[in-house]
Design a binder for this molecule. Structure first.
Ligand code: NAD
Length: 370
């Protein structure tokens, strides 16, 4: 059996290794039951890499990350490394990875599965069936723009400066990702900006509109101001299919959308980069949650965010939508059957461990693919 592609797994710290163990089981399952094998390498990142190599991401691991088709990451960080200087901490390893792989588009789906609809802080009739995708520009905008800093203007006056900068090419490449995604989903994109008060927002809107006119007229495009979008996500979130927005607004709106689903342990993400010479897009897939030191080592973490991240990997890096659907369906069935890790526990359901959740999902996959 020839390998479908190369994966680098970086389990990281805390619950990272625990949830990635369950991902590994699904990878093995695909090889065993669907004839799709991957060449898998494992590496260290974050605190685990600091302990082994003195740095949160070694050059060798970075080089591996640049040669594989996709990186699957668990989570980094923990109290053990909290006293280390900022640029040498576990999180710096992840930031370096994102920067070196030029991952400019961050995809965060917010999906409310029927069995978990009561876990949302919003009423069931507002969020039932919710399935939206937020595409956040990740490498530009105000978090990176120069000049930045804090200036002393004299006479006791201090000034903090950050600069929102976007070029037309930065806007076009992230908008293209959003339009292409919409083609595989509900064919609607809502572009979010503050074109009413920011020139960078005006440029954003003009560039998204021009790209739409040139290449994506089959997609319905709308524009919305970021403040209105924040309200609409609560009032009527199902009006959205794909939302595309800049780094700053995306940071906030994706967290807001995440909370509509009610649980951190269920939320996957993908970060996509530029196409390489072979037309292949660099990519990193990781759960939204962190290393959860409070529950690490107890086999109680929810592995579903990591499993859904792997499903995104199959869908976006390997065009394996059928297998991605299968994983999502298996998870849904297990939840429907009443199995719950502690974070999504509800009255009348059966509390289970990370491993038992993994067992149940593998069994559901077996049943689905007979
Ligand atoms: P966290 O996401 O690790 O945990 C927040 C809360 O959610 C905790 O109570 C935790 O037990 C719970 N939780 C998280 N994931 C869960 C899961 N899969 N199943 C069940 N419960 C889960 O955020 P935090 O506590 O703010 O940060 C802990 C560490 O993780 C810090 O060192 C932080 O820097 C790091 N962090 C890393 C990433 C990343 O690797 N991408 C993201 C966020 C935080």
């Amino acid at each position: 059996m020839s390998a479908k592609g190369k994966l680098l797994i970086l389990p990281g710290d805390g619950i990272g290794p625990e949830v990635m163990r369950q991902v590994r089981r699904i990878i093995d399952w695909l090889g065993r039951r669907r004839g799709t094998a991957f060449e898998v390498k494992e590496g260290l990142v974050g605190g685990a890499a600091i302990d082994a190599h003195g740095v949160p991401l070694s050059d060798a691991t970075l080089a591996d990350a640049k040669t594989v088709d996709a990186v699957l990451l668990g989570a980094v960080g923990g109290p053990k490394w909290d006293k280390i200087e900022f640029d040498k901490r576990p999180e710096a390893g992840l930031l370096r990875l994102r920067k070196e792989l030029e991952l400019f588009a961050n995809l965060r789906p917010a999906i409310v599965l029927d069995p978990l609809v009561d876990g949302s802080p919003l009423k069931a009739d507002i969020v039932k069936g919710l399935d939206i995708m937020i595409v956040r520009e990740l490498t530009g905008g105000i978090y990176y723009g120069e000049p930045r800093g804090i200036k002393d203007l004299g006479n006791g006056i201090r000034q903090g400066v950050n600069t929102q900068l976007y070029t037309n090419t930065e806007v076009q490449r992230v908008a293209r990702v959003a339009f292409e995604l919409a083609r595989k989903r509900g064919r609607k994109v809502c572009s979010v900006d503050k074109a009413n008060v920011m020139e960078s927002g005006l440029l954003w809107r003009e560039e998204v509109t021009a790209l739409h006119q040139a290449e994506f007229t089959d997609i319905e495009l709308s524009h919305m101001y970021a403040d209105n979008c924040a309200m609409q996500l609560i009032k009527n979130p199902r009006q959205f299919d794909v939302i595309v927005t800049d780094n700053l607004f995306g940071d906030m709106l994706s967290d807001e959308a995440a909370m509509l689903t009610g649980s951190l342990g269920m939320l996957p993400s993908a970060s996509l980069g530029a196409l390489d010479a072979n037309g292949h897009r660099r990519a990193l897939y990781e759960p939204v949650h962190g290393s959860a030191p409070d529950i690490a080592g107890r086999d109680i973490a929810n592995p579903i965010a990591a499993l859904f991240s792997f499903a995104m990997c199959l869908r976006y890096s390997f065009e394996m939508g059928t297998e991605a659907d299968l994983i999502e369906k298996a998870v849904s069935q297990v939840l429907k059957g009443g199995m719950r890790t502690s974070d999504i526990m509800a009255p009348g359901m059966a509390r289970c461990s990370t491993t038992v959740m993994g067992d149940s999902i593998v069994r559901a996959l077996d049943k689905l693919s007979v």
